[in-house]
Structures are given as structure tokens and as C-alpha cells.
Design a protein around this ligand. Structure first.
Ligand code: C5P
Length: 239
């Protein structure tokens, strides 16, 4: 990657731009943050695990017709991706009540949500990523009305593919967050899909296998990430 230049450092990743500006090398970090950076720590091998899980899930989604920014995996903890213009909205899909939804609306944990709920949050550290109406996206200059319609459609399509995949791994896909980007007039799935950005509950036991173990100090955080990697790899290779 000679000639590639450092471009951006986020909470969980470092990005390097190709000389042509058409691609990025994403290096996943072991740094973990929660509550918008108010809680910090490290999760051993998280970068490698999240990069691998994201790559496998992006490839699965591509096979089901969802375009993503993934070009190829380039070694442990690294992904080569297409340059996109990130749409500053976090698109959250929920299949079960928990997290901020339960807190905000006083709903008990683990109640099925059918049909699934799609929520939009405006990406802004200064504002703490506020929940917004789809209609606010235009006002914020974040996305056009027809783009918001498309984001919702894509988010539900991703949910369908992932729900089927995780069900066979005996994992309940509780909720997750997506980010999208524009490239050549199309909308591509970007960022990552990992235990950092999804909630995974083991079927039957309800054991949490995601970042909630870090957020809530439940212990065995590394083990949970490794367990998800093991299952996703098994599912992706058809075992
Ligand atoms: O906290 P909340 O219940 O709103 O999170 C919903 C889903 O979105 C969870 O899977 C969480 O991991 C993910 N999320 C995220 N990044 C954020 C906020 C939420 O990945 N900034």
C-alpha cells in the first residue's frame, strides 16, 4: 500500500486513501467505545474478528443482491473498500425490543417487533446522534426523500437475508445498525456489520454475544466475539 495516505480515524477504524482516491484501506481497531465515547476500553482481537465477520456478511449480502462497499479482504483486520460518499444517517433495524428503544418508550426487553422497525439517527457527535423522522433527513441535508425510501427498503432487505442466515446458526438477530454511501448514483451498504453494531442473542439461552457484554460489563467479551466469528465462519462455509 505504498502511496496510500492516512485519511480518517474513527472510534473503531482507521482509513487510508488510495493514490487515485477511488478506494480505502480500512484497518479495524481493538478499541471499544460505548455511549458515544463516554465509556472506553479494548477488546482483544476485536479488529480481526469484526473485519472477518463484516467481510463474510457483506459477501453473503452481495450474493443476495445487496451492493456493498467491500472489494476484498486484505489480511487480518483489514478490508479494501470502494470510496463512497457516506450518508450521515445511522439506519437501525429492530426485530426485538431492547436497548434505547426499551429505555425511551419504557417497553419490556425482548418483545418481538413484527413487522420490523426501521429507525433513522442523524450522525453527529455534537448532537449525540439524535433519533430523527425520515422527513428530517432532507431538512438536515442528509438524504433526499427518495433516498430515504430506498434506505428503508435496503435495510429491510438486509434484515431478511441476515435473519435467515443467523437463524440456522441458532442466533437471534435482535437489532443492528447500518450505514450507506453513494457511488456512481447508486446506494451501497458501507461501514461494518459486526458484534459492535448488531445485537446477537443465542437461541434458547438468550446469552448475549455482542458489544452489550462490554457496554453492561457482563464479562467474557472476547469469548463472545470469538463465538460469533466461529458461527459466522461455519455458516458462511456451509457447515
Ligand atoms: O442503542 P440502540 O438500542 O439504539 O442500538 C440499536 C442497534 O444499533 C444495536 O445493535 C447497536 O449495537 C447499534 N448501534 C450502533 N452504533 C450506534 C448506535 C447503535 O452500532 N452509534
Amino acid at each position: 500500500f505504498a502511496g496510500w495516505t492516512f485519511a480518517y480515524e474513527g472510534k473503531a477504524k482507521r482509513l487510508y486513501r488510495s493514490p487515485e482516491g477511488d478506494r480505502y484501506l480500512v484497518r479495524f481497531k481493538d478499541d471499544a467505545t460505548a455511549f458515544n465515547g463516554k465509556k472506553r476500553g479494548q477488546i482483544e482481537s476485536k479488529g480481526i474478528v469484526n473485519s472477518r465477520i463484516s467481510s463474510l456478511l457483506f459477501r453473503l449480502l452481495e450474493e443476495h443482491g445487496v451492493e456493498t462497499h467491500l472489494l476484498e479482504e486484505v489480511g487480518p483486520g483489514q478490508m479494501l473498500v470502494r470510496a463512497v460518499e457516506i450518508i450521515p444517517l445511522e439506519v437501525v433495524v429492530r426485530n426485538l425490543t431492547t436497548g434505547s428503544l426499551s429505555r425511551r418508550l419504557g417497553l419490556p426487553e425482548g418483545r418481538p417487533i413484527d413487522p420490523p422497525l426501521v429507525e433513522f439517527y442523524y450522525k453527529s457527535d455534537a448532537l449525540d446522534d439524535p433519533l430523527v423522522y425520515p422527513e428530517h433527513a432532507g431538512l438536515l441535508g442528509a438524504a433526499r426523500e427518495e433516498e430515504v425510501v430506498r434506505l428503508r427498503e435496503l435495510a429491510l432487505q438486509v434484515n431478511g437475508v441476515l435473519q435467515a442466515f443467523f437463524q440456522q446458526l441458532r442466533i437471534v438477530l435482535v437489532d443492528f445498525k447500518l450505514e450507506f454511501g453513494r457511488a456512481d448514483g447508486r446506494i451501497l451498504l458501507a461501514d461494518e456489520l459486526s458484534p459492535d453494531t448488531c445485537r446477537f442473542w443465542e437461541a434458547g439461552t438468550g446469552r448475549k454475544l455482542d458489544k452489550d457484554r462490554f457496554r453492561q460489563d457482563l464479562g467474557q467479551v472476547e469469548e463472545a466475539y470469538q463465538e460469533m466469528l466461529r458461527r459466522v465462519e461455519a455458516g458462511a462455509t456451509g457447515r
